[in-house]
Design a binder for this molecule. Structure first.
Ligand SMILES: Cc1cc2nc3c(=O)[nH]c(=O)nc-3n(C[C@H](O)[C@H](O)[C@H](O)COP(=O)(O)OP(=O)(O)OC[C@H]3O[C@@H](n4cnc5c(N)ncnc54)[C@H](O)[C@@H]3O)c2cc1C
Ligand SMILES: *[C@@H]1O[C@H](CO)[C@@H](O)[C@H](O)[C@H]1NC(C)=O
Ligand SMILES: *[C@@H]1O[C@H](CO)[C@@H](O)[C@H](O)[C@H]1NC(C)=O
Ligand SMILES: *[C@@H]1O[C@H](CO)[C@@H](O)[C@H](O)[C@H]1NC(C)=O
Ligand SMILES: *[C@@H]1O[C@H](CO)[C@@H](O)[C@H](O)[C@H]1NC(C)=O
Ligand SMILES: *[C@@H]1O[C@H](CO)[C@@H](O)[C@H](O)[C@H]1NC(C)=O
Ligand SMILES: *[C@@H]1O[C@H](CO)[C@@H](O)[C@H](O)[C@H]1NC(C)=O
Length: 593
C-alpha cells in the first residue's frame, strides 16, 4: 500500500512534470576545474561533481593549448620533469576517475582540450574529415552536416568531445556493418606522446597513424593513457534521414526477440520498464535524405529543466527512500513513463509549422536525430534552468551500471532478471524514474579495448544518496543484476560509466586483446606519465586494483560485500547471497524481529 505521503508525492511529481514542459532557456554546465589563481593549484571533478569513491582530485596546474605546437611544448616540458598528465575535456562526462593525473595528489598537470575544437580539413571525394580532438559531438555533427555529410554513429548526448568519447569506447546502437561505436569509423589519428630523448627540439613527438597502421587498434579506444589525441580523421557518409517509431509491448518473451530485432533494424534500441512489464521497441531505420520530413530528436531527459522542479523531484525521491516506500516510486514511474511516451520521448515532427511531437514516424536528418542535448546550448539564466544532474543545484544524483552482455547470453540473462523481478515486483521501479533499462546493440570490435563479441549493452541508472553511508531501497536486487551481468554472463563494463565493481577482473576478460593494448601503451608512454592509479587499477598494472575495502564499501559499489560491515548492519542491511544468482553477495535489508 502506498502511504498518503507517497500519494501526495506522486501528485506533486505529476504537476512538476507538466511544469518542465514549458521551459525554454537554460544554464549550460559549469566548469569541472577550479583553480585558486592563474590556472594553478586546482581541483578537477567530472560533470556530476563526484567520482565513484568521492575522492578529490588536486592538480598543480591546467594548461589550455590552442594548437598542436603548444600541445607539443606542454607535453615536452611535463615530460622533462616526469610530471604526470591527463587530458581534461570541456565538460568531462565520464563517471570514473579517468581525468585525474596519477602520482602524488596535487603534483599532476591537466591539459584542457577546450580550445582544440576546429575542423582541420575535409576530403569531399573520400568523405573523410579531420578535426581536433576537443571538438564536441555537437560541433562535429554540425560541421559535417554543413558539408552534406553525416556522422554515422555516436552516443546520444551532444556534450561529449570526440577525444573523450573515443577514449572510452562510447557508442550508439547498431548491429549493421561495423556497428554502433564511432571508433569503428576512425581512419586516422594524430597523437602527441612523451619522449625520453630529444626529438626536433622537444621531449615529445607527434605520432601519425593511418587507416592500416596496427597501432590504430590500440589508439581508437585508449582510456587516455597513450598520450594526447591531437586530431582524428573520420569516415563519414552522405547525409541520410532516420525514421523512428516507438512501439510498446508487454515484456512477455521479449528476450527471445531481441537479437532478431537488432539484426533487422539498423538503429534499433529497446527500453525495458521491468516493473511495468513493458518494453518499448525503438524502430529506427535509415531512409533516403529526399524524404520530406524535417523532424528532430530533443530527448526529454537532456532538455533544460527548472532547478526548482528538479530539486523538488529529488526531494520526493529522497523522501521515498527515507520512508522505504517502493510503491511511491512505482506510482511515480507509472505517471512519468506515460508522460514520456505521450510526448514521443522528445522527438519532434515539425508538422505544419509546429515544432512538437504529433505522431510517429518521426523522420529527420541523421544530424538532428542521432544525439541531443538542448540543456547544453541554452543561454545562462543564472541556474534557473539546468541539465537535471547539474551538481550546482540539489538535483539528480545517480549511479550507472552499464554492461555489455554477449548476445548469446541475452535470453538467459533476461530470464534470470525476470525471475528476480517477479520475486520483488516493486524493487526496480526506481530504475524506471531514470528511463528504465536502456538496451543497445554493439558489435565486436577490432579495437583492443572495444567489445570482444557482438553484445547488448544494458544501461541502468538509479538513485545515489549524497551520503555514502546511506543504503538504497532494494539495493540488493540491483547489486545482484550487476554481478550477474558481470560474472555469470561475462559482461564487459563501459569504460566511461560504472562503479568500481564493474571493472573487477576486466583485464582477464580482454585476454590477448588486453595484452596487445598494454604492449602499445608501454611503447607509447614507457614512464606511464599518462597513467594513473585508476587506469593502472582497471588494467591490473603496477599492483593496482579497483576494489576499495572499507566500512560501507559495497553501498557505493567500491567492493562486493564479503562482511556485513561492508553494508550497513546498523541500518539493517547485511551481506547476503543473491536470490537467483546465489554466487552474488549483496547488501540486503533484513528485518529483525
Ligand atoms: C548525459 C550523458 C549521456 C551519455 N550517453 C552515452 C551514450 O549514449 N553512449 C555511450 O556510449 N556513452 C554515453 N555517455 C558516456 C560518455 O559518452 C563517455 O563518458 C565519454 O567518454 C565522455 O566524453 P568526454 O568528452 O566528456 O570525455 P571525458 O570523460 O572527459 O574523458 C574520458 C577519458 O578520455 C580522455 N581523453 C579525452 N580527450 C582526450 C584526448 N584528446 N586525448 C587523450 N585522452 C583524452 C580523458 O583524459 C579521460 O581519461 C553519456 C554520458 C552522459 C553524461
Ligand atoms: C572553487 O574553490 C573554492 C575554494 O576551494 C570554493 O570556495 C569555490 O566555491 C569553488 N568554486 C566553484 C565554482 O566550485
Ligand atoms: C601567473 O603565473 C605567471 C607565470 O607562472 C607569473 O609570472 C604571474 O606572476 C602569475 N600571476 C599571478 C596573478 O599570480
Ligand atoms: C592551494 O589552494 C588551497 C585552497 O584551495 C590553499 O589552501 C593552498 O595553500 C594552496 N596551495 C598553494 C601551493 O598555493
Ligand atoms: C538535411 O540535410 C540536407 C542534406 O544535407 C540539407 O539540405 C537540409 O538542409 C538538412 N535539413 C536540416 C533541417 O538540417
Ligand atoms: C516476437 O517474436 C515472435 C515470434 O517470432 C512474434 O510472433 C512476435 O510478434 C514478436 N514480438 C515483437 C514485439 O516483435
Ligand atoms: C567478430 O566479427 C567478425 C566479423 O566482423 C567475425 O569474423 C568474428 O568471428 C567475430 N568475433 C567474435 C568473437 O564474435
Amino acid at each position: 500500500m502506498a502511504s498518503s505521503s507517497g500519494i501526495r508525492a506522486v501528485i506533486a511529481m505529476a504537476l512538476l512534470s507538466l511544469l518542465t514542459l514549458i521551459t525554454v532557456s537554460g544554464t549550460p554546465p559549469g566548469d569541472v576545474i577550479n583553480c585558486t589563481s592563474n590556472n594553478t593549484n586546482c581541483t578537477v571533478t567530472n560533470g556530476y561533481g563526484a567520482f565513484p569513491d568521492r575522492s578529490t582530485c588536486h592538480v598543480a596546474a591546467v594548461s589550455y593549448p590552442t594548437d598542436e605546437n603548444e600541445l607539443l611544448l606542454i607535453v615536452s616540458s611535463a615530460s622533462i620533469h616526469k610530471q604526470k598528465m591527463k587530458v581534461l575535456t570541456f565538460y568531462s562526462h565520464s563517471i570514473p576517475k579517468l581525468s585525474c593525473p596519477g602520482g602524488p595528489s596535487g603534483d599532476g598537470l591537466v591539459i584542457s582540450t577546450k580550445h582544440l575544437n576546429r575542423m582541420v580539413c575535409i576530403d569531399s571525394s573520400r568523405m573523410t574529415m579531420t578535426v581536433e580532438a576537443g571538438i564536441t559531438l555537437s560541433e562535429l555533427i554540425d560541421v559535417a552536416a554543413r558539408e552534406g555529410l553525416a556522422v554515422p554513429h555516436s552516443p546520444l548526448w551532444l556534450g561529449v568531445t570526440l577525444g573523450g568519447l573515443l577514449s572510452t569506447g562510447s557508442h550508439g546502437s547498431s548491429l549493421f556493418g561495423k556497428g554502433g561505436a564511432l571508433h569503428e569509423y576512425v581512419v586516422g589519428m594524430r597523437f602527441i606522446i612523451p619522449s625520453n630523448v630529444l626529438v626536433n627540439g622537444y621531449y615529445a613527438r607527434i605520432v601519425s597513424l593511418g587507416e592500416d597502421d596496427p597501432d590504430l587498434l590500440a589508439a581508437k579506444v585508449s582510456l587516455g593513457v597513450l598520450g594526447v589525441i591531437s586530431q582524428v580523421t573520420l569516415q563519414l557518409q552522405p547525409m541520410f534521414k532516420r525514421s523512428v517509431t516507438n512501439r510498446v509491448f508487454p515484456d512477455t518473451g521479449f528476450e527471445n526477440n531481441i537479437t532478431m530485432f537488432g539484426a533487422t533494424t539498423e538503429y534499433g534500441e529497446l527500453t525495458w520498464y521491468p516493473s511495468q512489464a513493458r518494453v518499448v521497441y525503438k524502430v529506427d531505420i535509415r531512409v533516403p535524405v529526399s524524404t520530406p520530413e524535417e523532424g528532430e530528436n530533443d530527448f526529454i531527459g537532456f532538455q533544460p529543466q527548472p532547478s526548482l522542479v528538479v530539486e523538488s523531484i529529488r526531494a520526493i525521491e529522497r523522501t521515498l527512500e527515507a520512508t522505504q516506500n517502493p510503491n511511491g516510486k512505482c506510482l511515480q514511474s507509472t505517471v512519468q513513463v506515460a508522460a514520456i511516451l505521450e510526448l514521443g520521448t522528445g522527438l519532434k515532427n515539425n508538422d505544419e509549422g509546429l515544432f512538437e511531437f504529433t505522431g510517429y514516424p518521426v523522420i529527420g536528418n541523421q544530424s538532428k536525430m542521432m544525439a541531443s542535448g538542448s540543456c547544453l546550448s541554452s543561454k545562462d539564466d543564472g541556474l534557473l534552468t539546468v541539465c537535471p544532474w547539474d551538481p550546482r543545484i540539489n538535483g539528480l544524483f545517480y549511479h550507472q551500471t552499464t554492461i555489455s552482455i554477449p548476445l548469446v547470453y541475452i535470453v538467459a540473462f533476461f530470464v534470470d532478471v525476470k525471475k528476480l523481478r517477479d520475486m520483488n515486483p516493486t524493487a526496480l521501479c526506481g530504475t524506471e524514474l531514470y528511463y528504465g533499462f536502456l538496451l543497445r546493440f554493439v558489435r565486436n570490435s577490432t579495437a583492443y579495448l572495444g567489445k570482444t563479441t557482438d553484445s547488448l549493452d544494458i544501461d541502468i541508472t538509479y538513485y545515489r544518496s549524497k551520503d555514502p553511508n546511506e543504503p538504497r531501497l532494494y539495493e540488493d536486487v540491483l547489486e545482484e543484476i550487476e554481478q550477474m551481468a558481470l560474472f555469470k554472463y561475462n559482461g564487459l563494463p563501459h569504460w566511461g560509466k560504472n562503479r568500481n565493481v564493474g571493472f573487477q577482473g576486466v583485464r582477464e576478460k580482454y585476454g590477448s586483446k588486453g595484452e596487445n593494448f598494454i604492449e602499445a601503451m608501454e611503447r607509447y608512454d614507457p614512464d606511464g606519465l599518462f597513467s594513473s592509479e585508476w587506469t593502472d587499477g582497471i588494467l591490473g598494472l603496477r599492483g593496482m586494483g579497483v576494489v576499495v575495502e572499507r566500512k560501507g564499501c559495497a553501498l557505493e559499489g567500491l567492493c562486493i560485500c564479503s562482511l556485513d560491515e561492508h553494508c550497513a548492519p546498523e541500518k539493517g542491511y547485511y551481506c547476503r547471497p543473491g536470490f537467483v544468482y546465489t554466487e552474488a553477495r549483496v547488501c540486503r535489508k533484513v528485518d529483525v524481529f
